[in-house]
Write a protein that binds this ligand. Structure first.
Ligand code: ACO
Length: 428
């Protein structure tokens, strides 16, 4: 990273030199840190489309070329060859683990999968139809009460492991609670993903074996979701983390941000949309028209992305994966055909082509989750489970950052100028 060039800002007859920061992939940012103290001006960028909020060494995206890399490794290679736990390690510590490091990491996580018994009582307090994302964010925030923040680095390290280990347990328990089944305790002899599947789908009265196709496919989905640089939820985690809030509160905030339909909940919304189209006789062309008509209030869910303007490499992997998984599990899902038809006409349609709108990660992920037996209202929880190591890595990075400062954006005020208070009885 270097700061060798300057940009020049001319305003009101004066000229200001602004340093430029160049990233390792040649991305260029104008450093505006001293802009306000030196000029009285601020930058104005609602939605932050042209704003770099930090420098980060975790994930690289080139949206024009459809590139996504974690710590330099292409997503395609990781999805094909790695495991989710290995990717967790990579994101958190920056390197692929050596065999002993991997063994230790897996062992450490497996030692922390059980929840404090008192935490189980929280589940009783939720109504049966509570959305599992609400349960997840609440339970993660509640972990702060059991593992309070201290300033010891060792505690911070342990809390990261505790969180990674317990979120699958919380997620599976929230599902079991919603269907009235008994909780299945973690089985530490199993790997991370198999253990999660067992907690989700086993029942005490029957033997459960993990289907290798299901496991492999879930590993891939989790890897594809593991990080995505400064998206809305990661930025939320960093924002909250910048106040020195503890890990659990910061991650809980990220889960809340993910729950919005423009972000993580889009995967649930895609399936609901495809089901609606199916019930409506499969007339996808009608929905395409609606998506282009702003007055309809309807958007094609799973389409479009702030950063990807050519293709989303995760969606490319998932489209193929959806075909493979459905075939291997002998599942026939008419929603897959509707999705493919929608995609095919959108890719040819001027409205979508001009706006560079392509399927994003959420477009095909839901179809795979369905085939794996995961209920629709759990899709965003699955996303959260995948994104967890990314959020934690972003939180860790901001805490280790020598330029660490509380995040505190400015604004352009557009309200009233000063006016005088009028007592209640004098207001007409
Ligand atoms: N369907 C129809 N039109 C769309 C869609 C869509 N899915 N997405 C964007 N557009 C249109 C907008 O109306 C706008 O048109 P205009 O220029 O005529 O006004 C143009 O494309 C640009 O869209 P913006 O909303 O300005 O793009 P932005 O970068 O702010 O939003 C977002 C990106 C939120 C992902 C958007 O594309 C969207 O709402 N998609 C559907 C929801 C979705 O799939 N979210 C998941 C995102 S991926 C993730 O978080 C995991």
């Amino acid at each position: 990273m270097s700061e060798t060039k300057n940009a020049v800002l001319k305003y009101d007859g004066k000229e200001y030199q602004l340093p430029v920061k160049i990233g390792s992939e040649g991305e260029i940012g104008i450093v505006t840190k001293k802009l306000r103290p030196e000029t009285g001006l601020i930058t104005y960028d609602p939605g932050y489309g042209s704003t770099g909020s930090c420098s980060s060494a975790i994930t690289f995206i080139n949206g024009e070329k459809g590139i996504l890399r974690y710590r330099g490794y292409p997503i395609e290679q990781l999805a094909e060859n790695s495991s989710f736990v290995e990717v967790m390690y990579l994101l958190l510590y920056g390197e692929l683990p050596k065999p002993q490091e991997m063994k230790d990491f897996e062992y450490n996580i497996s030692r922390h999968t059980i929840l404090h018994e008192d935490m189980k009582k929280f589940f009783e307090g939720f109504p049966p139809n509570a959305h599992p994302m609400t349960v997840l964010s609440t339970m993660v925030a509640a972990m702060a009460a059991y593992y309070p923040k201290t300033d010891y680095a060792e505690d911070r390290k342990n809390n990261i492991i505790r969180l990674l280990a317990k979120v699958p347990t919380i997620a599976a328990f929230s599902y079991k609670k919603s269907i009235g089944h008994p909780f299945i305790y973690p089985d530490n002899s199993l790997d991370y993903v198999s253990n999660f599947l067992k907690m989700m789908f086993a029942i005490p009265s029957e033997e459960y074996t993990v289907n290798p196709v299901v496991k492999k496919s879930l590993e891939k989905l989790l890897i594809l979701h593991a990080d995505h640089e400064q998206n809305a939820s990661a930025s939320t985690v960093r924002m909250v983390g910048s106040t020195e809030a503890n890990l659990f509160h910061s991650i809980s905030a990220g889960i809340h941000a993910l729950s919005g339909p423009l972000h993580g909940a889009a995967n649930q919304k895609v399936i609901e949309m495809l089901e609606k189209i199916q019930k409506d006789g499969g007339d996808y062309e009608k929905y395409m028209k609606m998506a282009k008509d702003k007055s309809s209030g309807f958007r094609l869910m799973g389409f479009g992305h702030r950063v990807y303007k050519n293709f989303d490499p995760r969606a490319v992997i998932l489209k193929k994966s959806a075909d493979d998984v459905l075939k291997a599990l002998q599942v026939e899902d008419p929603l897959l055909d509707i999705a493919k038809n929608l995609e095919a006409i959108a890719l040819e349609d001027d409205y979508f082509v001009q706006r560079k709108l392509y399927p994003n990660v959420d477009f095909y992920s839901g179809i795979i989750y369905r085939a794996l037996g995961i209920p629709t209202n759990m899709f965003t929880v699955m996303f959260a489970l995948g994104r967890l190591p990314g959020w934690v890595s972003q939180w860790k990075e901001i805490n280790d950052d020598p330029e660490f400062r509380i995040h505190r954006p400015r604004q352009i005020y557009t309200g009233y100028n000063e006016r005088q208070y009028v007592p209640l009885d004098q207001r007409s």
